[in-house]
Design a protein around this ligand. Structure first.
Ligand SMILES: Nc1nc2c(ncn2[C@@H]2O[C@H](COP(=O)(O)OP(=O)(O)OP(=O)(O)O)[C@@H](O)[C@H]2O)c(=O)[nH]1
Ligand SMILES: [Mg+2]
Length: 355
């Protein structure tokens, strides 16, 4: 009798050159929107892929980059059901990331698809030998019901990745007006997210001084949480105003002075002066009450007269997201045996063995 074992088919060294070193995977509605907007910019990302249970999420992406996880229409999805449904698509996900040295896994957490699949895609990318970085967009404060799934998924994503950047939707929507519709809130949060991530990952152009992949990874691949604080200003003292706003947004998520490293990215037009750049970068440590922090910076001139400052800071021991996941808080580093937590949709339980 022959038994054929099919093991994972990953060959990073063979494919890296052909396929490019950096891949970004957008998962679920929010992740796909953000990654597809990023794909229109000139970034240090060579390839893009998208995964969702909802084919409506793929309207703005190349069909060949989309992986649809088929789901029954009459079933309310949960993260564990989505993981079960995705079991049959593991190889497609593997093919999408295989060969990349760095894989960015981007999802809004709190719904079923992004929360269920972001940790799965990160694990697959890790198995393929990639340095995996999760980018987790966390729910608005008013989306109370989403917090639990978001908290649990963030814990799993952190366990499956070398580093995770968490960014809060409330931080991102700060520029929206009071009477914005939900669609407008999401749009403006997406614009801010794309500006921030785009400026952290921007390619070098003449006259620019981008952050670059090494500084980005050097900041994110640290122990503890990495958080992204964002703020913009068009005021006369915009450098000082925007850097202070970005630190305030971080302060709402964690104790700012716990950060051990930060990278500041400034996005503006060519009217941004060297003095303004210097001011923003040099003020960061004192505003965070952390003069010993290791600070790097980059400038991206693809923006407007309004300066957007993004502060990616890492090394936080705890954040407000710990409260979203009470079980994780109790368990700490202890591991719960929940690897079997993969459900089948109703009707298919009959396929499981019975006594
Ligand atoms: N920034 C931003 N956040 C969004 C957007 N759409 C949803 N979110 C947030 O992303 C999180 C997850 O929502 P979705 O992306 O809609 O959920 P999903 O992963 O598609 O999961 P299901 O649709 O439930 O299967 C929540 O925190 C939402 O607040 C968006 O367009 N932009
Ligand atoms: Mg969705």
């Amino acid at each position: 009798m022959f038994i054929l074992y099919v093991t994972k088919v990953c060959a990073p060294e063979l494919l890296a050159k052909e396929r490019g070193d950096v891949a970004a995977v957008g998962i679920g509605s929010a992740g796909i929107k953000i990654v597809s907007l990023l794909s229109r910019k000139s970034l240090l990302v060579d390839r893009y892929a998208y995964v969702s249970c909802d084919d409506g999420d793929f309207s703005t992406v190349e069909p060949s980059d989309a992986i649809l996880i088929e789901s029954p229409v009459d079933q309310k999805l949960t993260p564990s059901i989505v993981r079960g449904l995705a079991l049959g698509s593991t190889q497609k996900i593997r093919d999408a990331v295989d060969g990349s040295k760095v894989v960015l896994v981007v999802a809004g957490l709190g719904g079923a698809t992004g929360s269920g699949l972001a940790p799965v895609v990160a694990s697959i990318a890790k198995e393929c030998g990639a340095t995996t970085v999760g980018v987790a967009v966390m729910p608005f404060e008013f989306e109370k019901k989403m917090k639990f799934y978001a908290g649990v998924s963030l814990r799993r994503l952190r366990a499956a990745s070398r580093g995770v950047v968490a960014v809060d939707n409330d931080t991102l929507m700060r520029s929206s007006s009071e009477d914005s519709t939900l669609a407008n809130l999401y749009d403006s949060a997406n614009k801010a997210a794309v500006k921030a991530l785009g400026s952290l990952l921007s390619r070098s152009t003449e006259g620019s001084k981008p952050v670059g992949l090494n500084k980005f990874l050097g900041t994110v691949l640290q122990d503890g949480y990495s958080l992204l604080g964002v703020s913009s200003s068009a005021a006369v003292d915009k450098a000082e105003d925007a850097i202070a706003g970005a630190v305030v947004s971080l302060g709402k998520l964690a104790e700012a002075k716990e950060a051990s490293r930060a990278v500041v990215s400034l996005n503006a037009d060519s009217s941004l002066t060297g003095k303004e750049v210097g001011l923003a970068v040099s003020r960061l440590g004192s505003i965070m009450d952390n003069q010993g922090m290791d600070v790097e910076y980059g400038v991206d001139y693809s923006g407007s007269a309004q300066l957007q400052v993004s502060v990616l800071a890492s090394g936080f021991r705890s954040t407000k997201y710990d409260d979203y996941d009470p079980l994780g808080k109790i368990l700490g580093d202890r591991i719960l045996d929940d690897e079997m937590d993969t459900s089948l949709p109703a009707g298919l339980e009959a396929l499981q063995p019975c006594d």
